[in-house]
Write a protein that binds this ligand. Structure first.
Ligand code: SF4
Length: 379
C-alpha cells in the first residue's frame, strides 16, 4: 500500500464520541479579546481574531485557525482560566507549521520512556531489526533522572507533552514515577499504550497524573484481525485491561478529566468504524482511526518525490530514551540528527543548526536530497 502524502495536521481521519461545546468555548474565548494579556500576546491575539471570524492570520497561505472536534473536547475539560494558555499551545501546534514559523520552544515534545516494544505491528518500524535488535544500540529505557531534567526544561514553556514514540511506554517500570513528576505541569499531556501491560498499578498512576488524554492503540475489535495487525498482541488481555481501567476510572476517580480514546491505524479494508465503535465505546470516550503512514521501511522505500515541506519540523521535537533528539519518528534510526539534550538545551536545539538546515532544505525544494525525507510522505 502506498500513497502520495501523509497530512499530519489531519491525521485523524475518523473520530467518534466528541463533545458539542464548540459555540460556548468560542464565545468565551472571543469575549476575552479586549483582555490586556490577549492584546500583548501576538499568538493568542491571532488565534482569537481567527476564531472571531475576521482579522489577520499568522499564516502565509491565508488559512484560518479553528477548533478541531477533538480540540473542542479537550477544551471542554479544562477550567476556563486555562483557556488562553491552551489556545496559545493549540494555535502554535496548528498554525506555526503551515506558516513555517518557530517560537522559542516546539509546540509539542514527544518523549519516549523506552524504545522497546512488546509488539511487532505490521505497520511499525519495530519490525526493522536495525532498530529492534538489541545489538544495534537503539534499544533502552529512559532514566527517571533524565526524564526530570527534560520536564524541568519544558514546564511553563511547552503545553504539549506526549509520552510515546518508538517503544511501548508501559515497558518502562518507572513510568508511574514519570507520571507523578509531570502531573499538573502541562495542559495537553498525553500517553499512548497498547494496553497489554496496563495493570492496576499503572492504571492508578495514569489516573492520578492529571493527564489530558490516554490513547489505547488498537486497530480492530475482533480476532483474527487484531493479531494479524498487532503481532505478539492478545486482544482478550487488552480488552480486559481496558475494561479494568474503565471500571477503576468510573468507580475511584469519578471527577477525572482524562479523555480516553481507542485509536487504530487504518491499514486495510477490513477495518471499519461501525464495529470498532460498537465494541470499544463501552469502555472509552472516543474511538478513532488515524491515517496509515508507511514508515516501517522508510530507509529502503522508493523516493516519493514529495516537495512540500514537512510540518513536523515546525511542530514537534522527539526525545529518545537516551537523550538523543530527532525531528520525527519516521527517522527511527536517527540519521537526521546528532543532537542530544545531554549537551544542549531543548530551546537551543530547536533553534540551532540541525533544525535550521533541515527547515531551509525543505523550504528551498531540496527535501528530495535529504535522507530519509526523500522517501517519506509526511507533510
Ligand atoms: S523523515 Fe523528514 S519528511 Fe519525514 S517526517 Fe521526518 S523530517 Fe519529516
Amino acid at each position: 500500500m502506498s500513497k502520495k502524502i501523509y497530512d499530519k495536521a489531519n491525521s485523524i481521519i475518523e473520530l467518534r464520541g466528541v463533545g458539542k461545546k464548540r459555540e460556548e468555548i468560542v464565545d468565551r474565548l472571543t469575549s476575552m479579546m479586549e483582555d490586556p494579556i490577549v492584546r500583548k500576546d501576538e499568538i493568542i491575539n491571532n488565534a482569537l481574531q481567527d476564531l472571531a471570524g475576521g482579522g489577520i492570520t499568522n499564516n502565509d497561505n491565508g488559512e484560518k485557525f479553528y477548533l478541531r472536534d477533538h480540540v473542542v473536547e479537550e477544551m471542554s475539560r479544562l477550567k476556563p482560566k486555562d483557556y488562553l494558555r491552551y489556545i496559545r499551545y493549540r494555535y502554535s501546534y496548528d498554525m506555526l507549521p503551515s506558516g513555517h514559523k518557530t517560537a522559542e520552544y516546539p509546540p509539542l515534545v514527544q518523549i519516549e520512556p523506552t524504545s522497546i516494544c512488546n509488539y511487532r505491528c505490521v505497520f511499525c518500524y519495530q519490525i526493522d531489526s536495525r532498530l529492534s535488535n538489541k545489538k544495534n544500540g537503539h534499544m533502552g529505557v529512559m532514566s527517571l533522572d533524565l526524564f526530570k531534567k527534560i520536564i524541568d526544561q519544558l514546564e511553563g514553556k511547552v503545553e504539549g507533552v506526549t509520552l510515546a514514540s518508538r517503544g511501548e511506554p508501559t515497558v518502562n517500570k518507572q513510568l508511574p514515577e514519570f507520571l507523578n513528576y509531570m502531573s499538573g505541569k502541562f495542559l495537553a499531556s498525553k500517553i499512548n499504550t497498547n494496553a497489554y501491560l496496563l495493570d492496576e498499578k499503572m492504571s492508578h498512576a495514569i489516573l492520578q497524573a492529571d493527564l489530558q488524554t490516554l490513547v489505547f492503540s488498537a486497530d480492530a475489535a475482533s480476532e483474527p484481525l487484531y493479531s494479524k495487525l498487532r503481532v505478539n498482541g492478545n486482544l482478550d488481555r487488552v480488552v480486559k485491561n481496558v475494561e479494568n481501567f474503565h471500571r477503576i476510572k468510573e468507580t475511584q476517580y469519578p471527577n477525572s478529566k482524562l479523555i480516553t480514546r481507542v485509536s487504530g491505524v487504518r491499514f486495510n479494508d477490513q477495518q471499519e468504524m461501525g464495529g470498532m465503535e460498537d465494541f470499544w465505546s463501552k469502555y472509552v470516550d472516543q474511538v478513532a482511526f488515524v491515517d496509515y503512514n508507511p514508515w516501517e521501511n522508510v530507509y529502503d522505500a522508493d523516493k516519493k518525490g514529495v516537495t512540500q515541506p514537512c510540518s513536523d519540523l515546525w511542530r514537534r521535537m522527539f526525545i529518545w530514551w537516551d537523550g538523543k533528539v530527532a525531528p520525527c519518528d519516521v527517522d527511527y534510526l536517527t540519521k537526521l540528527s546528532n543532537e542530544t539534550i545531554l549537551d544542549k538545551s531543548i530551546s537551543k536545539i530547536w533553534n540551532g543548526k540541525m533544525y535550521q538546515e533541515l527547515r531551509a532544505n525543505h523550504l528551498s525544494g531540496k527535501r528530495n536530497g535529504v535522507e530519509p525525507c526523500s522517501r517519506c510522505v509526511v507533510v
